[in-house]
Every structure is written in C-alpha cells, then in structure tokens.
Design a protein around this ligand. Structure first.
Ligand code: AMP
Length: 216
C-alpha cells in the first residue's frame, strides 16, 4: 500500500502518519524529517537544504527527488509506505511515477486560521522527531520528550511569518499536485479542521475508511 499524505503546512500530516503507520505496519517517510536529520548531522545535503527551509521555500526538485528515490529503495519500504511531504511540485509527482506506483493520496484540508493557531503551539523532539502541542498534545514534562527524553523545541520555520510564506508556497506550487492526483482519480479528501485528541472527531477513522478499501 503506497500512500501519499498531502496538505498545507502543519495541517497535522505527521501526527496522522505516526498513528497510521502503527495500524498498517508500513514506514512513515517524511521529506521534512529527512531534511531535518541531514541538517542535524550537518551533511552536504542538509547544509544546502537549510538555506531554503529557513525561508519557508522549497528545496530544489533534483535534490529532493534523488533523496526520496534513495529512501524508497530501502528494504522497509518494499511492502508499502506513507509518504509525507512529497511530492510538493508537479515535477516531483511526475518523477515519482517513474520509480514507484501510488495507490492513494490522502489530502488533509484545514482553514488557514486553524493552521496558524495550530502551528503556534507546535513543538517537536530534537532527537526522535515526535510531535507535541503546548495545549493539544502537551508532553508529560515540559520541554522533555515523552518517548525518548530528548529536548523539545519549536522549529525555526514555524515562526508566524515563515508559516505565511509556506502557505503561499503551498498555494502556488503544491495545489497543482492536488489537481494532478484528482484527475488520476487517486485523491481522497480528509477534513482535518479537527482536534486529533478529541474522540468526537474521526480523522484517523476517515483515513482508515479510505485505506481499508484498498485492501478489500
Ligand atoms: P515539512 O516538515 O514537510 O513541513 O517540511 C519542512 C520543509 O522542508 C518545507 O517547508 C520545505 O522547505 C522542505 N521540504 C520538505 N519536503 C519537500 C519537498 N517535497 N520539496 C521541496 N522541499 C521540501
């Protein structure tokens, strides 16, 4: 089951993916996480990517496509994956088609005001990448990751003015990718204007409804 998770910045893709990977036992592959890992390790790729990421711009296609192609060739991705944050341009979508087959695209939607409020409280673990939120998903101990004890921080590209730039980039570059998959009949829209921890809401159940049909 090869699945793409697509949606505006901080719509919650990473949080949903970390729940879905446990249900379907397939890896969560996030290009943002891969870049952040490279930045942390100060690799050549990381140093290059940082100059774009810090401004809220996209990393060039060639670099990103090669990184994803390499990651999808790994053993753990051979029985399916949840690809989060890629493709973000039509050139990336076309390239992806040349080396893998996509079964479904989950498109998470949320109002801009919801995204901006959500992102203000978002924190991640420097060590393992786990996602928290100051009010919606607070860690048990402030500043400390529940899972690995790592330090929790706010991403530099989650400052309000950078988030605005990322929203513009999404409208301009990634919206055409959504139309691309819609035309192919692969798109399923999921309403993410909701709080994942509120049992009244069914974001994960909505995803499961779509994905279970693939298995049937
Ligand atoms: P994310 O964690 O998915 O929000 O990604 C963080 C940042 O990494 C983005 O704002 C981009 O600068 C960069 N990035 C992630 N995925 C891609 C991609 N597919 N193409 C280009 N840049 C990307």
């Amino acid at each position: 089951m090869n699945i793409i998770l697509i949606g505006g910045p901080s719509v919650g893709k990473g949080t949903y993916a970390s729940k879905l990977k446990k249900i379907y036992h397939i890896p969560h592959i996030s290009t943002g996480d891969l870049f952040r890992e490279n930045i942390k390790n100060e690799t050549e790729l990381g140093i290059k990517a940082k100059t774009y990421i810090d401004k809220g711009n996209l990393v060039p296609d060639e670099v990103t496509i090669d990184m994803v192609k390499d990651r999808l060739s790994k053993e753990d991705a051979q029985n399916g994956y949840l690809l989060d944050g890629f493709p973000r341009t039509t050139a990336q979508a076309e390239a992806l088609e040349s080396f893998t087959k996509i079964d479904k695209v989950l498109y998470f939607t949320a109002d801009e005001s919801v995204i901006i409020a959500r992102v203000a409280g978002r924190r991640i673990c420097k060590a393992c990448g786990a996602i928290f939120h100051t009010t919606n998903i607070p860690p048990k101990k402030e500043g400390v990751c529940d899972y690995c004890g790592g330090e929790i921080y706010q991403r530099p590209d989650e400052q309000p003015e950078i988030v605005k730039e990322r929203l513009n980039t999404f409208q301009e570059k990634t919206k055409p990718v959504i139309d691309y998959y819609k035309e192919k009949g692969l798109l399923a829209e999921i309403d993410a204007n909701r709080d994942i921890n509120n049992p009244k809401f069914r974001v994960i159940e909505d995803c499961q409804e779509v994905l279970d049909q693939l298995k049937a």
